[in-house]
Design a protein around this ligand. Structure first.
Ligand code: GLU
Length: 363
């Protein structure tokens, strides 16, 4: 297959972040410009964190922005035809992953691992105590036959047998990037619940869906050597990779989906007398949220609490911009310029900064 195929592959664990919208736009514009196809795939292998409502919300936000996928779930007049590749929801593609696990096992690139979450936690702590990063590698006295026997009736994960060589990837934006083997681990490809991990599902699907260009945020750069190692082990084509720059806040910090909670948490601390009742959540939830930066309040509660405290929430998700009254055309124009510019001058000699969607697609 030589036609350009790009894909946007969100995990439906929350709202569409402005960075995700930028990735989707770049993928769509590039495919259009090349006369190719743009695929939308829902990466819902994390059963605990994914929801159908979040997936529907992401499709809705994309459509509102005017970003339409050729292949993918049918919604808002986009997608629909499966083009022979099966479902565009990873949770419905498990038989394909199961076949591929077997293939990797047969080739000697995957092995069952029986470590329990508690054992893994202990290994992680031990590495931390020695001020080392925890890197899991197959133990030297791993007995393959014994493991295959145990695997018949013991719960286990499957891990990929990473080579002991450094991995060099070629990125269309960053050039060559080499990752030393000490940074690469034998990653889990099949979880104990039987689902594939993101890392494995992504390489299988990119191959089966004919993806030629993987365009995604730079937060995925360190995943790419692992993906390339697995792609090679499976004998797949290596797509072109392009990692887009991260999006930062005005203060130089990385824009995060947790910034809204951060703003409200600071106001709650400053006010001093805000209770769980004020927040409309249980005491336990509120206490945890106040202490733990990684915990987020439900969006509706957060918005209500922000209004009570007079806090202006930072705009991070497409939904925030929608609520604030921005027009989709303005957002598209704005995100197009995050990491790119047309390099053209207008009649007055100024940089071209305003354009429409058709302009993006012909570049
Ligand atoms: N599902 C991943 C995410 O939402 C993206 C995967 C990828 O683009 O390779 O971050």
């Amino acid at each position: 297959m030589t036609d350009t195929i790009t894909r946007f592959a969100p995990s439906p664990t929350g709202h569409l972040h402005i960075g995700g919208a930028r990735t989707a736009l770049f993928c769509e514009a590039y495919a259009r410009g090349q006369g190719g196809r743009f695929v939308l795939r829902i990466e819902d292998t994390d059963q605990k964190r994914s929801s159908e409502a979040a997936a529907a919300g992401i499709l809705d936000d994309l459509a509102w922005l005017g970003i339409c996928w050729d292949d993918g779930p049918e919604a808002h007049g986009c997608g629909g035809d499966d083009r022979g590749v099966g479902s565009f929801y990873q949770s419905k593609r498990r038989d394909i992953y199961d076949r591929c696990f077997q293939e990797l096992m047969d080739k000697g690139f995957a092995y069952p691992a029986f470590d329990t979450p508690e054992e893994l936690m202990a290994m992680r702590k031990e590495a931390e105590a020695q001020k080392k990063t925890f890197i899991y590698r197959q133990s030297e006295n791993y007995d393959h036959n014994e493991a295959m026997n145990r695997a018949k009736n013991e719960e286990h994960a499957l891990r990929f047998k990473m080579s002991h060589e450094p991995v060099t990837i070629h990125d269309e934006i960053l050039g060559e990037v080499t990752f030393p083997f000490e940074e690469l681990d034998d990653l889990v490809i099949k979880k104990r619940d039987g689902f594939p991990t993101y890392h494995f599902a992504v390489i299988v699907d990119d191959e089966h869906m004919g993806v030629t260009h993987v365009v995604r945020g730079q937060e995925h750069l360190s995943n790419t050597p692992r993906h390339v190692a697995m792609i090679k082990a499976m004998g797949y084509r290596i797509p072109k990779f392009a990692h887009l720059p991260l999006i930062f806040n005005f203060d130089g910090s990385k824009m995060s989906k947790r910034d809204k909670d951060k703003a409200v948490r600071a106001a709650v601390k400053a006010a001093g007398d805000i209770t769980a009742d004020d927040a409309g959540v249980e005491e336990k939830v509120f206490a945890k949220w106040k202490k733990d930066k990684s915990v987020q309040l439900p969006q509706d509660k957060l918005i209500a609490l922000a209004a009570k405290l007079g806090v202006e929430l930072p705009e991070i998700d497409v939904e925030d911009f929608r609520r604030a009254g921005y027009l989709p055309e303005a957002i598209i124009n704005y995100i197009a310029l995050l990491g790119w510019n047309p390099g053209e001058k207008d009649a007055e000699g100024k940089d071209v900064e305003r354009f429409d969607r058709a302009y993006l697609a012909v570049l």
